[in-house]
Ligand binder design. Sequence first.
Ligand code: PGA
Length: 250
Amino acid sequence: MRKHIVAGNWKMNTTVPEGVELAKAVVAKAAEVPSDVKLIIAPPFTHLAPVAEVVKGTAVGLSAQNCADKTKGAYTGEVSVDMLKSVSCEYTILGHSERRQYYGETDAKLVEKIHLALAAGLSPIFCIGENLDEREAGKHFDVVTEQIKNVLYTLTPEEMANVIVAYEPVWAIGTGKTATAEQAQEIHACCRKVLAEKFGALAEEITILYGGSCKPSNAKELFAQPDIDGGLIGGAALKAEDFIGIATSF
Ligand code: PGA
């Protein structure tokens, strides 16, 4: 039985006091969520330490949105995996399309990051997905296959067992356009097949999330698909009620 996960990616939203309030609201409503659904929140770096205090001792997990590709030293503006661990982070998003698109994150950089994150004991939420041009050219299966092979094929099965995959079609992120449940399912099934080619039966255990304009009104249909194990939620994670509404959609 795969883990169901609903993770909230707050991106560059909320001040620290607002983020602490949002985390408290999520914790207050977390009891509404079935116990087999893991809730994770990913606030900005500045919020992690105070939000860690809010989620401490609760079932809500704490994630970063990124980490450095170096361990320590003269890398101005970067945040290391050890720093994340020191504020009780358990997860980090890696390879989000906004990082790939706006900050030049390449698969080669992501290989560095995912190995550091895993070595530090963080579980990466590794994002993949095609953009609109790639989708329209019918290349979506090839794009995700290559992203998986370039990065996840460098892991051992023991390492892979700690990775969460998130399929996020770039054309659906923040656009209000959701992939249909069928479109999402066929890509999720493809990802699982590509993972199985390298990792065998372990692929059946890997949680694969859908992301891209996921909201309470469409989560149920998406989560009903056999290979969709939850969601990576952006906009709708900024309201505790919507976030919890999504997490109660299994
Ligand atoms: P969205 O973002 O839900 O606002 O589309 C999802 C994501 O980028 O993780």
